[in-house]
Design a binder for this molecule. Structure first.
Ligand SMILES: Cc1cc2nc3c(=O)[nH]c(=O)nc-3n(C[C@H](O)[C@H](O)[C@H](O)COP(=O)(O)OP(=O)(O)OC[C@H]3O[C@@H](n4cnc5c(N)ncnc54)[C@H](O)[C@@H]3O)c2cc1C
Length: 368
């Protein structure tokens, strides 16, 4: 009979069906510490809801599926027309939708919003870190767009919406949108001054056409992108929509998806612009200053994402050692193993505490 060769023993049960927020003392304490007393009860209730969602078997299954089925680029349709679309596993869309509805693209619409979002981001990273990419770049687009109050008024409500409205359609028809970022070029990397993508003014109304390439453009199925390009007045930030207002597709030629070591469920693309329509954000020549707030927001998310991954590693290690027996006792009771686990926990708690402290500084800065 199949499976009759042995009985499976001494294996830990799946780490599932628990509140990932309530189980994380460093995180719960940071939320208590950084939120005003009158905000705490509601915030803790909401984060516990997110924490239970993260710990649910179904969510974890979606995380495993999204990771096991990376995105696939479709440059052309079957008749040879360019479509430049990326297909994702349904689990990806489920997780992205849940992340949007958990408020992970919005830190600015309520007091203590950065701390609340940061805690949610640490939790969501523990389900599937790749999904946090577009959640991060969408959230981070807001500071740049605020360089142009008209653009901010138009786009911010859609960026911070709790609705994941999937599919390429004109943004005005959508209840929520996602944003990616296209800064990096082959010859420059982090040295954005070396960028060569050019922007030619089309009219006096802030519209341009772009020509060039991006070596790294995140979340290529997003509705809009912040892109740096060289205008006559110098490096400038632009908003590039995937779909134009009249419903036609903008020129957004996805050359290939990156084959990455981590972050595999998330599509990251090499993109060509060839007469691509763009709207200027801020003055010509102010590109570096305009994207500075966006870069800072994504750096905070890298801290929070790393803290989330470290926390997940500790939780799994402790769980495993609490169940696994070796040499006559639980691994968690062996003095040397306790040292290892304590070391991991210390570093994880420090990372969580730092990330939450930084998020609290963002709240304080915005509260003025
Ligand atoms: C998961 C992921 C997501 C990303 N998302 C985006 C995105 O959304 N949009 C986007 O435009 N790009 C994105 N990137 C690309 C990223 O911004 C670049 O990889 C980054 O700017 C570094 O460029 P580079 O890899 O070419 O390294 P380089 O710039 O060539 O740097 C090489 C090395 O030198 C170091 N270095 C660079 N400058 C200095 C300095 N002044 N002093 C000392 N050391 C230095 C760097 O730390 C690095 O170790 C992403 C990359 C990854 C891995």
């Amino acid at each position: 009979m199949a499976g009759s060769t042995h009985t499976v023993t001494n294996q830990a049960p799946p780490l599932t069906g628990y509140d990932v927020f309530a189980a994380d003392r460093a995180l719960t304490e940071a939320v208590e510490r950084h939120l005003a007393a009158e905000l705490r009860e509601e915030a803790v209730a909401e984060l516990s809801g997110t924490g239970r969602g993260c710990g649910a078997p179904q969510t974890q299954e979606w995380g495993a599926q999204a990771d096991a089925h990376p995105p696939v680029l479709r440059t052309h349709d079957r008749y040879g027309r360019r479509v430049d679309e990326v297909d994702f596993h349904p689990a990806w869309h489920r997780l992205l939708g849940k992340g949007v509805s958990a408020g992970l693209t919005d830190a600015r619409s309520r007091p203590g919003g950065h701390v609340r979002r940061a805690a949610g981001f640490v939790l969501w990273t523990q389900v599937e870190a790749g999904v946090c990419g577009p959640l991060s770049t969408t959230h981070a687009a807001v500071p740049a767009l605020r360089a142009d109050p008209e653009l901010a008024a138009e786009w911010e409500p859609r960026l911070t919406s709790r609705v994941y409205d999937r599919g390429l359609r004109p943004a005005r028809l959508k209840a929520g949108v996602l944003f990616g970022t296209g800064l990096t070029e082959k010859q420059g990397g982090s040295d954005l001054r070396a960028n060569t993508t050019s922007a030619r003014p089309l009219a006096e109304d802030g519209t341009y056409e772009l020509t060039g390439h991006k070596w790294f453009c995140s979340a290529p199925m997003s509705d809009g992108f912040l892109v740096l390009a060289r205008a006559p007045g110098g490096p400038t930030c632009f908003l590039v929509p995937r779909v134009l207002a009249d419903g036609t597709r903008n020129v957004f030629l996805i050359q290939r998806l990156k084959d990455k070591l981590g972050n595999r469920s998330n599509a990251s693309a090499e993109v060509e612009f060839a007469g691509t329509w763009a709207r200027r954000v801020g003055e010509e020549g102010s590109g570096a200053a305009v994207v500075a707030g966006t870069a800072a927001a994504t750096r905070l998310d890298r801290v929070l994402g790393s803290a989330g991954l470290m926390r997940q590693a500790v939780a799994r290690a402790v769980h495993h050692c609490a169940h696994r027996e070796a040499f006559g006792g639980k691994l968690a009771d062996k003095p040397l193993m306790r040292n290892v686990l304590a070391d991991l926990a210390l570093e994880s708690e420090a990372a969580t505490t730092l990330g939450m402290r930084l998020a609290a500084a963002c709240d304080a800065a915005e509260a003025g």
